[in-house]
Ligand binder design. Sequence first.
Ligand code: NDP
Length: 330
Amino acid sequence: TNTILLASRPQGLPTAAQFQFETRELPEPTAGQVLLKTLYVSVDPYMRGRMSAAKSYVAPFEVGQPMAGGVVAEVVTSHADALPVGSMVVGNLPWQEYSVADAKALNRVPADKAPASYFLGLLGMPGLTAYFGLLDICQPKAGETVVVSGAAGAVGLLVGQLAKIKGCRVVGTAGSDEKVAHLKALGFDEAINYKTTPDIAQALAAAAPGGVDCYFDNVGGAITDAVYDLLNKHARIALCGQISTYNATEAPVGPRPEGKLLKTSTKLQGFIVSDYASRWPEGVQQLTQWYAEGKLKGEETITEGFDQIPAAFLGLFKGENTGKAVVKVA
Ligand code: NDP
């Protein structure tokens, strides 16, 4: 089968040279295993971390071994009663057109509930990240102001929609005028193009005249520095991601925000969505219900073709996606 390997570890921004295409023999599936045909591959910012050797919350990818991540696939050969041929599954699988996996490591996709790719976005890992980060850590109350950075991405678009469900004033930052218009059309009260606004601090202050009660941080850097100046008493910050620093070659430096957090009695919590693994069924159930009721939209940017997976991944760092970035393979 065709596979995409990590060819070398990036220094700074990754390039196409970090990926190598190869054809590999697949083993025959044995008892309890299935042969899978890949339908959709998820590309996610956290994969940048796994391309580096540095220790993190998931082990690094190995050079010369396949890249891997969230994949929706169809069972084409089955040696597992629970997954008959034709079932649709989601799991952590290699970037391959076909793969062999233990049925136990896969979850069945209820294809009647939503498009299959949504199990990589709205009803998958990013959806749960938005759900637990906003609702459990920030606990937004009606009338409060919620700021979300990276607002037009997979997680951010959902954070904003969830905050609207909770009756909040929602302010988002994103990297193009098209994204800003899109956020407003989705119900965001204010949206700011951080790439073109001359003064992000001023723009945020104008968009959040009553200060910030909740901040869902996807990006870090200068946007986050500016939000910290607007925190209200007892603000809550869900520290979800720091994409503006993922390709940095030197330790990022900046203002020391601790005094601002102290004076406002702010609660700041970093989290990894897997911290909530025991509550995933609750999250999926609620997100599925809000989606069915039309209260949540599961937007995505779909790129077509197995050979386009690296480009779609690299596109995350150029802001090419709106909503969840997914590659349709078959
Ligand atoms: P997105 O769909 O948001 O894709 C990445 C987006 O980030 C791009 O579209 C781009 O949009 C923006 N971006 C890229 N570079 C920069 C930069 N230098 N400064 C500001 N924005 C930038 O990805 P996800 O929604 O999947 O992830 C969002 C964040 O959440 C990431 O930081 C990710 O690591 C984190 N995350 C954390 C999880 C956890 O468990 N803690 C789980 C899942 C995600 P734009 O046009 O606006 O620049």
